[in-house]
Design a protein around this ligand. Structure first.
Ligand code: NAD
Ligand code: MG
Length: 391
């Protein structure tokens, strides 16, 4: 295989850093073409220097100058602004794009990579949640290769047959999406009301960015993953069951009509799905320690509690209802940001999401502009709902 050029969108984040770690283990296979970040120009400059990136892209233009100064003695070129993210995602010289920007901001550059027919490693689940059918259409129309990085979806992908198209055609009876249940799995409703951002960001099994950590704590993450799985695996939400598995050793499963259940297991370290998708259909070392089953000792399973974790219920409702997934995703981003800022109690995140889903109803958006318009309406409604919250 010749050397592959990779753009890492969201390089300074948790997934971005893990991706660069895997890439650095295989200098004979991969070369970093571009690294991007929102504002963290110092970390980005260090990454560009360490990996000899051709481009360093900062989304927030006010940091272009210090970034350029920090890299003036290197061959790295500095670009700035949201459109530059799409530029390095679709560049002719690039074969692989890691889509690891968090939130709706990742949609346009990830879509640019799909439209340019790249091998897209998808961590940015929000892009698929907000614009699922347009995104999947772009992948098909432009011959892109879409490989899931989300550990559950990567596990499901590994448990499905080669050439998979749809559950029925492959003899799949259920997709079993596992969930750790987050840090508050056993907490009472009263205790949930007093959760702080620090508590919500301390996940028991995974080390992740702040937004997805809060989503894991509310179980909105599992809801977004349910919608993500519907698109990736051409499934209805009733073909997907969420199973709580607190140890996060099994990363998801596929149940077949003959009674077989296939699972993918491993230590909870995102470098495994990243290495899997990078090298697919081959395998490469990831730096992850081998799973010690004797030390793991037991695997527990339980049903999710939709009463204490209403965000998961909202996602089941949104999965196949017009623009509801776009609305839910936008409302949730606003609510989570407010919680992280100390402006909203933890247990009100779900209320904001539900209020906005009721207030903003629209048919499935047929263009990306329509998606962005629904996203903007939902953000406006969420900000309005925040203003009327009891404190
Ligand atoms: P993070 O917050 O650690 O990093 C986010 C990255 O996106 C950073 O590089 C940041 O600079 C960049 N970014 C943020 N806002 C931006 C904007 N407006 N414009 C351009 N760039 C922007 O997040 P993360 O935990 O690495 O998660 C990234 C994505 O991967 C999310 O969609 C998340 O749901 C998904 N994911 C993460 C994990 C994990 O273990 N961290 C697991 C599965 C899926
Ligand atoms: Mg996941």
């Amino acid at each position: 295989m010749s050397l592959q050029n990779i753009t890492v969108l969201g390089a300074t984040g948790s997934i971005g850093v893990s991706t660069l770690d895997v890439i650095a283990r295989h200098p004979d296979k991969y070369r970093v073409y571009a690294v991007t970040a929102a504002q963290q120009w110092q970390a980005l400059a260090e990454q560009a220097r360490a990996h000899g990136a051709r481009y360093a892209v900062i989304a927030d233009e006010q940091y272009a100058e210090p970034l350029a100064a920090a890299l003036c003695d290197t061959d790295t070129q500095v670009l700035a602004g949201p459109s530059a993210l799409a530029e390095v995602a679709q560049a002719d010289a690039v074969q692989v794009v890691m889509a690891a920007i968090v939130g709706a901001a990742g949609l346009l550059p990830t879509l640019a990579a799909a439209r340019a027919g790249k091998k897209v490693l998808l961590a940015n689940k929000e892009a698929l949640v907000m614009a699922g059918h347009l995104f999947m259409e772009a992948v098909a129309a432009h011959g892109a290769t879409l490989l899931p990085i989300d550990s559950e979806h990567n596990a499901i992908f590994q448990c499905l047959p080669v050439g998979y198209r749809a559950p029925q055609a492959a003899g799949v009876s259920k997709i079993l999406l596992t969930a750790s249940g987050g840090p508050f799995r056993t907490w009472s409703p009263d205790a949930l009301a007093a959760v702080t951002p620090e508590q919500a960001c301390a996940h028991p099994n995974w080390s992740m960015g702040r937004k997805i950590s809060v989503d894991s704590a509310t179980m909105m993450n599992k809801g977004l993953e349910l919608i993500e799985a519907c698109w990736l695996f051409n499934a209805n939400s009733d073909q997907i069951d969420v199973v709580i598995h607190p140890q996060s050793v099994i990363h998801s499963m596929v149940q077949y009509v003959d009674g077989s259940v296939l699972a993918q297991l491993g230590n909870p370290d995102m470098r495994t799905p990243i290495a899997h998708a990078l090298a697919w259909p081959e395998r490469i070392a990831s730096g992850v320690a081998p799973l010690d089953l004797i030390a793991a000792a037991r695997l527990d399973f339980e049903a999710p509690d939709l009463g204490r974790f209403p965000c998961l219920r909202l996602a089941y409702e949104a999965a196949q209802t017009g623009a509801a997934a776009t609305v839910l995703n936008a409302a949730n981003e606003v609510a989570v940001a407010a919680f992280l800022d100390g402006r909203l109690p933890f247990d009100r995140i779900a209320h904001i999401n539900e209020q906005v889903m009721q207030a903003v109803q629209a048919p499935v958006p047929s263009t990306i502009d329509a998606v962005l318009a629904v996203d903007a309406l939902a953000r406006e409604a969420a900000n309005h709902a925040l203003g009327t919250q009891p404190r």
